[in-house]
Design a protein. Structure first.
Length: 207
């Protein structure tokens, strides 16, 4: 009889330990999930948006060339950023520099397109980025418009710095009837040259 009681006590203790362990771990899990959700909420992201003059092959390649040079200039500073506010401050301070870089690339390609760069809040449709889906909504963003800005656009996330991770499987969801395509497809198809210089597409690698 004594052995039977001891076994019951042991079982009770084990059950209590398991219950307390579950209660202790579960709030942490909820907190982690909340933090992850918040990390990709529209209020805690800064996006980067480049809109091509048109859908012609040359204009699309020019869009990627502008993208590359802007990211190349901004990435060292953004890599040190610890918050959205800090990233915002960095980007605002570089606004003129990034605009000048964009215009220089367009000029080097022999185009006379006007280029604008704005930092503000813009409406975005639902997009996927790797295994992350960002819902439609208003997001802080750096937006570059090339020429008539009537071509397909390219986008990524500057904070957190998702522009600088591998996006091999990333796609833009269909928008305005246009099919979804891998974000780096155009970069893979052709690396344009201009005046003997190869324009490198380095998005696929971390700086």
């Amino acid at each position: 009889m004594l052995i039977f009681v001891n076994k019951n006590i042991i079982r009770l203790i084990v059950c209590l330990v398991l219950c307390f362990s579950f209660l202790a771990i579960n709030p942490c899990g909820q907190s982690a999930n909340s933090a992850e959700t918040k990390a990709y909420d529209s209020t805690s992201l800064i996006r980067f948006h480049v809109i091509a003059n048109s859908d012609s092959e040359q204009d699309q390649l020019l869009k990627y060339a502008v993208r590359d040079e802007v990211l190349k200039a901004a990435s060292p500073n953004l890599a040190e950023s610890q918050s959205l506010a800090e990233s915002r401050e960095i980007l605002l301070s570089m606004e003129g520099q990034l605009l000048e870089i964009s215009r220089s690339v367009v000029k080097e390609w022999g185009k006379t397109y006007p280029v604008t760069l704005d930092y503000g809040v813009f409406a975005f449709p639902t997009k996927s980025y790797g295994n992350i889906v960002l819902p439609a909504g208003d997001y802080e963003a750096v937006e570059i418009k090339i020429g008539n800005a009537e071509g397909a656009n390219w986008w990524c996330v500057l904070f957190p710095p998702l522009c600088f991770v591998n996006v091999e499987e990333s796609t833009s969801l269909p928008v305005d009837g246009k099919p979804a395509v891998p974000l780096n497809t155009a970069a893979k198809q052709k690396k344009p040259t201009y005046q003997g210089k190869e324009i490198g597409f380095y998005l696929e690698r971390f700086f």
